[in-house]
Design a protein around this ligand. Structure first.
Ligand SMILES: [Zn+2]
Length: 274
């Protein structure tokens, strides 16, 4: 099977194209395979779920374990996706805006405010959710409190969860808010799940990391189940896993290469059943 490839900066322009969200064309380009896939299925809404640290090789390794995500992927498309940053803030900003880090200059949450202070209308700082909201569509974001706060005045519906030592509980709260947000039938919803990333820093064994992967999978299943028919999902990693030395000890050549190239998994699937 041919491996599909893309960059995470292509996600925002793809959603803009599919849902006809007016957007100053960013650096990323609409993904043609997704356009073709969506055209046959009539997708009306989009959900972006950033699964922190879901590298491409890590996804391949965990996919037998992540049953919900595998099932979603079976009905959709799997991409080996380049990410332009190895840390979370710039990587996620690239997913949401469609620009490279050197273009949006967001390397931390504080940078969002600094950059906006320079030019509050800079299109490179606008997320696809914000473009949707400005076009009169309904846009939601469910992320960590400080990040969520940066959406104030930019979109109407944002839900923040305070950072927590108990990251499994944190993700559960994120998931509950995501389900709540879906009840409002948003055109675009963005969600960020973090357990895999936190465990990659703190866990010492694959068994512990598996626990995080399973929890993430449960949350993905829950969000997917609560979405309307005709919702297209973009489930992606923001960067390859941190702690490469620890996790790549027994990895084979291909996995090491994918990790060095910072390739992440992107699963695109349109929910067909109600
Ligand atoms: Zn991250």
């Amino acid at each position: 099977m041919k491996i599909l490839e893309c960059s995470t900066i292509d996600i925002a322009p793809t959603i803009s194209r599919l849902l006809k969200i007016p957007m100053v064309p960013p650096a990323g380009k609409p993904i043609q395979e997704v356009e073709r896939y969506a055209k046959e299925r009539g997708c009306k809404r989009a959900v972006i779920i950033v699964v922190d640290s879901l590298g491409y090789s890590l996804y391949k390794y965990f996919s037998p374990l992540m049953k919900n995500l595998s099932k979603i992927a079976e009905k959709g498309l799997l991409f080996r996706c380049r990410s332009p940053a190895t840390i979370t803030s710039p990587a996620i900003a690239s997913i949401f805006t469609g620009y490279l880090p050197e273009e949006h200059n967001i390397y931390s949450t504080a940078d969002i405010y600094t950059e906006r202070a320079k030019d509050s209308e800079n299109p490179r700082l606008k997320s696809v959710m914000e473009w949707a909201y400005r076009a009169g569509m309904k846009a939601s974001a469910v992320i960590e409190s400080e990040g969520a706060e940066s959406f104030r005045g930019r979109i109407k519906d944002f839900y923040g969860v305070p950072n927590s030592e108990d990251i499994l509980d944190y993700d559960l709260q994120i998931t509950n808010y995501a389900v709540l947000a879906l009840k409002e039938k948003p055109d675009v919803l963005a969600v960020h799940l973090r357990a895999l990333d936190r465990f990659s820093h703190r866990a010492e064994s694959w068994d512990e990391l598996k626990k995080a992967a399973k929890a993430i999978d449960e949350n993905l299943g829950e969000i997917y189940r609560n979405a309307e028919k005709g919702t297209i999902f973009f489930i992606c990693g923001d960067h390859a896993i941190h702690g490469g030395k620890k996790w790549l000890k027994s990895a084979e050549g291909e996995a090491i290469k994918n990790h060095r190239q910072n390739l992440v998994a992107l699963i695109v699937a349109c929910k067909q059943e109600a």
